[in-house]
Design a protein around this ligand. Structure first.
Ligand SMILES: Nc1ncnc2c1ncn2[C@@H]1O[C@H](COP(=O)(O)OP(=O)(O)OP(=O)(O)O)[C@@H](O)[C@H]1O
Ligand SMILES: [Mg+2]
Length: 362
């Protein structure tokens, strides 16, 4: 039997845990005649929190609703990429009349080429507007998704600026953009596109255990097997609400035996063991290794505390409140920790807390 779990990057898992509210909201917005705010949504979260998968699912839903989708990654050339993809994806709806065309002109026995409409001046904004007008005549719109947002990329700023104009003109256009928290923050701080601060925000933190449980069970069952209750408990606990770990544990426990029988506690234990080692080596150590000495000192204090808050950590470190706040914000921005409404800080990634606590003891 094929393993249904997807411990990779960007692949849409067969069952998405904890995303039904946002996906329903988007689905409603695609079908609405008046513009709804979620049509411009900024998605942030740590590596492996499910940004790309969520955007891909949102894009699929848009396609089902008849929208044209252009997916891109924030890299040089992204504006061309959006236009080319959007044209390709809408070819079945619109006649291709908006680009200057090459035509063959016979000169004696030679074939010469010339522009049919050489005098026409155009730019990206004009080209995308023409396409949107054509789509609108077909009663549909364009969704642009931008992954791995880079605040320093000039084309990112151009895209955002033109997008704002298109929205102001009442065009049927939507944009979902995803990136690590600090990249998104820097983009929103850029004065040229400060309207982005007013876009809808979706911060992907821990997924509630009951959602993880339901999604893991459904994934197993749709894959054609069953899972024992206790095995499911173990898997959910190890996943720690972190989508990537959920897929990793699921994948490994499914593979623990080459069998169609229900997944047992032993299978789950074996799966958790392998998945934990993989998460530790592949993500936890790499993430920790990329932090500054100050970040690490902050985390080390945090790992030793019950219900840590920024002010408690400041006290324990003998530092000022503003010093601790600065490091807290850095770590929040890197998606390493998250802050509850009560100000209590938690590690975002399973095993990172144990890893940091273990280092502190060495
Ligand atoms: N809601 C979800 N429920 C279950 N699994 C999910 C969910 N979202 C993502 N995943 C799984 O988690 C893993 C990471 O997802 P994804 O690649 O979307 O993360 P990401 O936030 O884009 O990471 P990165 O910042 O590295 O690009 C994938 O294996 C994916 O299948
Ligand atoms: Mg991604």
């Amino acid at each position: 039997m094929e393993n249904p779990f997807t411990p990779t990057f960007g692949e849409i898992p067969p069952i998405l845990a904890g995303r039904s509210i946002i996906l329903n909201e988007l689905s409603r917005a695609y079908g609405a005649s008046r513009r709804r705010p979620c049509l411009t949504t900024a998605i942030t979260g740590a590596r492996g929190s499910g940004k790309t998968a969520l955007m891909a699912a949102a894009a699929e839903e848009a396609c089902r609703r008849g929208w044209v989708v252009a997916k891109t990654v924030a890299l040089p050339g992204m504006l061309d990429d959006i236009l080319i993809t959007a044209r390709r994806e809408s070819a079945h709806l619109v006649a291709e009349t908006s680009t200057p065309r090459l035509s063959a002109v016979e000169i004696g026995q030679f074939v010469g080429l010339e522009w049919e409409n050489p005098e026409r001046l155009s730019n990206w904004r004009n080209e995308i507007t023409l396409l949107l007008e054509q789509l609108e005549r077909c009663g549909t719109g364009l969704l642009i998704t931008v992954d791995e947002v880079q605040p320093t990329l000039p084309e990112m700023i151009q895209l955002a600026s033109v997008y704002q104009l298109l929205v102001t003109e009442g065009r049927k256009v939507a944009m979902l953009f995803a990136g690590l928290p600090h990249n998104m923050l820097s983009l929103e701080r850029d004065k040229r596109v400060s309207f982005l601060r007013r876009s809808q925000k979706m911060c992907l933190g821990r997924i509630a255990d009951f959602e993880v449980r339901e999604a893991m069970r459904k994934t197993v069952e749709e894959g054609g097997r069953q899972i024992e209750e206790e095995a499911l408990d173990l898997a959910v606990e190890a996943a720690g609400g972190f989508p990537y770990m959920m897929q990793l544990v699921g994948f490994r426990m499914w593979d623990a035996r080459d069998s169609c029988d229900p997944i047992t506690t032993d299978d789950a234990l074996e799966g958790v063991r392998i998945a934990s080692a993989e998460l530790l080596e592949g993500i936890v150590k790499v993430t920790y290794g990329g932090l500054s000495a100050g970040d690490k000192a902050f985390l080390s204090r945090m790992a030793k505390m019950e219900a840590p808050t920024s002010s408690k950590i400041a006290k324990a470190m003998g530092k000022s409140a503003s010093y601790a706040t600065q490091y807290k914000n850095r770590l929040l921005g890197q998606g390493v920790i998250e802050e509850g409404l009560d100000g209590v800080l938690r590690f975002q990634m399973p095993l990172l807390a144990d890893y940091v606590a273990g280092l502190a003891q060495d």
